[in-house]
Design a protein around this ligand. Structure first.
Ligand SMILES: [Zn+2]
Length: 291
């Protein structure tokens, strides 16, 4: 993969340390790299939202948000505002747990959202009810993606890797997508476990190879099995979890497996918001904090 891409550039830049020793006190407005994305560039920001997921992908003409942070924080909209994002082509919610769906209602209230992708799974929580009400009140289009489908959004090719159909397990039914810009591919699998990874390998192995892998389930040992890692063959892995994750994310076994494979790993709990920038041929990784 590296050869096919030419020189893969890995550069860690420390872009300020706003907030200092308070890991939950990030001030997105202090981000000096905020602003427009250059022409011909895709920027993928794995936002530091504590023990949860929210990832912003944007080009000059397109913006996607995959997951909406935790229910008990209010940091996703401030991140979007700081970056000048006032419109999202798609908001993907991988699954209805409160660390992924948490601020969906706030995002819909604050930003012009054209389309919403949910798995179709429902949940019995107040967070889910609030999100559903927000969805019903919005005029965003709604879609339940299924494996094998693909959509072009501006310069981005979005391929649906999972699920084929709902199983009833919220984690394992996570909407999983591969986003391709030029020759650089990013894979997102929400909280899908190794069982779901097995289904992806069996069903759509051609959709799995990616240069940048977000580790499933915040780096939990229940995800990122060895066969999946072999199928994806990432150059870089990124986990999204709190520095003091109550679940011990990312798990030592997963980090050891990545280390064995020689795959550099970054995490929001350690590095703050992680930004991968690509021109479609090479990519760079920049982190908010050293780690
Ligand atoms: Zn989660």
């Amino acid at each position: 993969v590296v050869a096919a891409l030419g020189a893969v550039v890995l550069a860690i830049g420390v872009q300020g340390c706003a907030g200092g020793d308070d890991p939950s006190g990030d001030d997105p407005s202090a981000d000096p790299s905020a602003g427009a994305v250059p022409d011909g560039t895709l920027e993928v920001r794995y936002l530091d939202v504590g023990q949860g997921d929210a990832t912003l992908l944007r080009t000059t003409s397109t913006a996607l948000l995959i997951d909406t942070g935790r229910h008990d924080r209010d940091d996703v909209v401030p991140h979007l505002r700081a970056l000048g994002v006032d419109r999202l082509d798609v908001v993907v919610v991988t699954h209805p747990h409160a660390d992924h769906l948490g601020q969906f209602d706030r995002v819909l209230a604050a930003v012009d959202v054209a389309e919403v992708w949910w798995s179709g799974a429902t949940h019995t929580t107040a967070t889910f009810d609030r999100a559903l009400t927000a969805l019903e009140r919005s005029d965003a289009d709604y879609w339940e993606p299924r494996a094998g489908e693909a959509v072009r959004i501006g310069d981005l090719e979005v391929e649906v890797v999972h699920p084929v159909e709902l199983s009833g397990d919220l984690d394992d039914d996570s909407v999983s997508v591969r986003v391709t810009f030029g020759a650089v591919r990013f894979l997102f699998t929400g909280d899908a476990s190794t069982a779901a990874e097995g289904a992806m390998i069996a069903g759509h192995p051609d959709l799995l190879p990616a240069e940048v892998l977000q580790l499933g389930h915040h780096g939990s040992v229940t995800s990122t099995g060895a066969p999946f890692l072999d199928a994806v063959e990432p150059d870089v892995a990124i986990w999204s979890a709190a520095a003091d994750s109550p679940y011990g994310h990312p798990h030592r076994e997963v980090l050891a497996r990545l280390d064995e494979h020689g795959i550099p790993t970054y995490g929001t709990g350690l590095h703050g918001t992680i930004t991968v920038t690509t021109d479609g041929a090479t990519f760079e990784v920049a982190t908010e904090r050293g780690g």
